[in-house]
Design a protein around this ligand. Structure first.
Ligand code: OSB
Ligand code: MG
Length: 368
């Protein structure tokens, strides 16, 4: 495999509805699309870095810089035996996982297309339908939260995650648990608490939550271990898990009982597979997180989600919860049983609407 041309685009799309986390409220999404060309075929990847450095240190602008100046030049025209070699070629650059992931994932799509196989097969998955949940942002009222949950349950979703922050935590969780005694329910704090809140967070313990996601600082594994020792609700790490080594440390130190895998945060499909395998060996279940992706990133996520240790429902929901229209046609849909079918066909298996890509593009770059 040889990549002889790379195109980069920066796009902005309005969200179907605003999305609020403990760190920001957003109305639209800025992201990069990357296209790799080789042997007359294309592979596509989506860079999940946001316009702002709040979820992670990376932004769409840092990813653009690192991709154009360092990452793309290090793989252009190089003979590769497979996409699994891309990560190693990029290793000289420290960090910048989201920038690396976009390029690496595009290379996996290209390799799968060259081999005329669906991406899930190349990744070692089984292509089974993926159990999907929803991530519901912070709402202005309990009534608004109820309305959102009811709409998502009516669409078929079988697992609900709500975003929490100090002042919006125990009350919405208790409220939902009372209305839905058997719902698979979880909360995500996006690093909004300190260890001082341990006793307060233990107030969630009698709600039978699946997990609490990333309660403490993004880079603090040690205090998550201290917190997990003091609360019964399983801790799941998201922001903290940006490498295989950190995942292994977090598990060994008892900092979490579940791990959220996002290929953008880990540097691509290969690193995600390695973390998936390490979790499986340690008996730690994983699920696939989401970053408000368009159908292109969403399709990558679905293929990866069919590896065997993805045993918990993911945040990979239907296109129409995010963008109307999406960049792919048809969009990704959830079925009445709450599962999503993996797109069939070669590579990521979706059809990209190039007119929509063009009209949402704010800037573009080509390697030559
Ligand atoms: O913490 O999982 C998160 C979105 C953007 C950044 C971080 C997160 C999220 C979500 C939404 O929870 C997941 C999705 O629906 O794509
Ligand atoms: Mg999260």
């Amino acid at each position: 495999m040889r990549i002889d041309k790379v195109e980069l685009r920066r796009l902005r799309l309005p969200l179907v509805r605003p999305f609020e986390t403990s760190f920001a409220r957003v109305h639209d999404r800025t992201f990069l699309l990357i296209t790799v060309h080789g042997d007359g075929l294309e592979g596509w990847g989506e860079c999940v870095a946001e316009a702002t450095p709040y979820y992670s240190a990376e932004t769409a602008a840092t990813a653009w810089h690192v991709l154009t100046e360092f990452l793309v030049p290090s793989i252009l025209g190089v003979d590769l035996t497979s996409a699994a070699e891309v990560w190693g070629r990029l290793a000289r650059v420290r960090g910048h996982q989201m920038a690396k992931a976009a390029l690496e994932m595009a290379a996996w799509d290209l390799e799968a297309r060259q081999k005329s196989m669906p991406l899930w097969k190349l990744l070692g998955g089984d292509g089974r339908p993926v159990a999907s949940g929803v991530s519901i942002g912070i709402q202005p009222s309990l009534a608004a939260l109820e309305e959102r949950v009811d709409a998502d349950l009516a669409d078929g979703y079988r697992r609900v995650k709500i975003k929490i922050k100090p002042g919006w935590d125990l009350e919405p969780a208790r409220h939902l648990r009372k209305r839905h005694p058997d719902l698979a329910l979880m909360v995500d704090a996006n690093a909004a608490y300190t260890l001082d809140a341990a006793e307060h967070l233990a107030g969630l313990d009698d709600l039978n939550l699946m997990m609490i996601e990333q309660p403490l600082e993004y880079d603090d594994v040690g205090r998550h271990a201290a917190l997990q020792a003091r609360i019964a609700t399983p801790v799941c790490l998201d922001e903290s898990i940006h490498s295989l080594g950190i995942a292994e440390d977090a598990i060994a130190r008892g900092a979490c009982r579940i791990i959220n895998i996002k290929p953008g945060r880990l540097g691509g499909h290969l690193q995600s597979k390695l973390v998936h395998d390490a979790c499986a060996a340690a008996g730690v279940p994983v699920w696939h997180g989401g970053m408000l992706e368009t159908g292109i990133g969403r399709a990558h996520n679905l293929h990866l989600s069919t590896l065997p240790n993805f045993t918990l429902p993911g945040d990979v929901a239907a296109s129409r919860r995010y963008y109307a229209p999406d960049l792919i046609e048809p969009g990704i849909e959830v079925r009445p049983d709450g599962t999503i079918e993996v797109p069939s066909g070669t590579g990521i298996g979706v059809t990209i609407d190039t007119d929509r890509v063009r009209s949402a593009t704010e800037d573009s770059w080509c390697s030559a």
